[in-house]
Design a protein around this ligand. Sequence first.
Ligand SMILES: Nc1nc2c(ncn2[C@@H]2O[C@H](COP(=O)(O)OP(=O)(O)OP(=O)(O)O)[C@@H](O)[C@H]2O)c(=O)[nH]1
Length: 272
Amino acid sequence: MKCLQLIIGPAGSGKSTFCSVMFNHFQSLRRPLEIVNLDPAAETFNYTPSVDIRDLISVDDVLEDEDIIMGPNGGLVFCMEYISQNMEWIRDQLTDGDDAYVIVDCPGQIELYSHLPIMKEIVTTFKSWDYNVCTLFMIDAHFVLEPEKLIAGALTALSSMVSLETSAVNVLTKMDQLSRENRKEVEDMLESDCSQLVDGVNDEPWNEKHAALTRAIATVLDDYSMFRMVALDNTDEESIEDLLLMIDTTIQYGEDAEVHDRIPEEVDPEEE
Ligand SMILES: Nc1nc2c(ncn2[C@@H]2O[C@H](COP(=O)(O)OP(=O)(O)OP(=O)(O)O)[C@@H](O)[C@H]2O)c(=O)[nH]1
């Protein structure tokens, strides 16, 4: 089965770091993996890509071109449109075998997923080559410690999910940076449902309608088992393996896949 992880999420959420963690993990298992850098504005990353889109087109190329007058955001959209029209360039560099496992490191600009058709077109092309696509939406774990931020992050992830129409897993990154107390909060959050979480939102009379809207959104998230959220500790091999298993299950069973939320036990340095 050909698998493809599409790594998306806001700037700085940990997409490239996640790809380098996967690169090292697959290497340690001697398991073949191809990583595609699909970000034409990428500066540096710590993995060796099998395909680097900057060899085809980069935002710098576009900004330096005197015939194209665009700012950085327009330049990125221009590049992504060019890529979506030249997908064969990517395919020519992939092994494209029956067991190919590909990870695609994407740009962070949310408009590419929420209301422009470009990423959907790119995904459709990968699907037409028989790749089973799972979108991984990276969310910085620091941003889900407050109900309002959780809802904001979830809505952004949801809009990408709805527009891309693939299996999806939302990954909480940077777990290793959280204090013990905050890790526990995230753990509780993953174990409870969203409606319970937003019970604490401010519902002073002046804010009553906003609180009601927040609760309604939380109910929607709870009602759709398609909305999966998992915490990943990059420093823990078991956590990485659990996520890979979840991705495989999600690809195979889609909406019916069982969710295995898991936060690795923190090791007490004194017990080591
Ligand atoms: N400690 C820790 N740092 C992380 C983790 N993930 C990302 N970071 C750090 O967060 C910063 C941003 O990470 P990136 O992987 O570059 O984020 P990105 O989403 O690829 O960012 P853009 O390319 O700008 O869209 C870097 O300084 C990373 O080292 C993590 O799991 N743990």
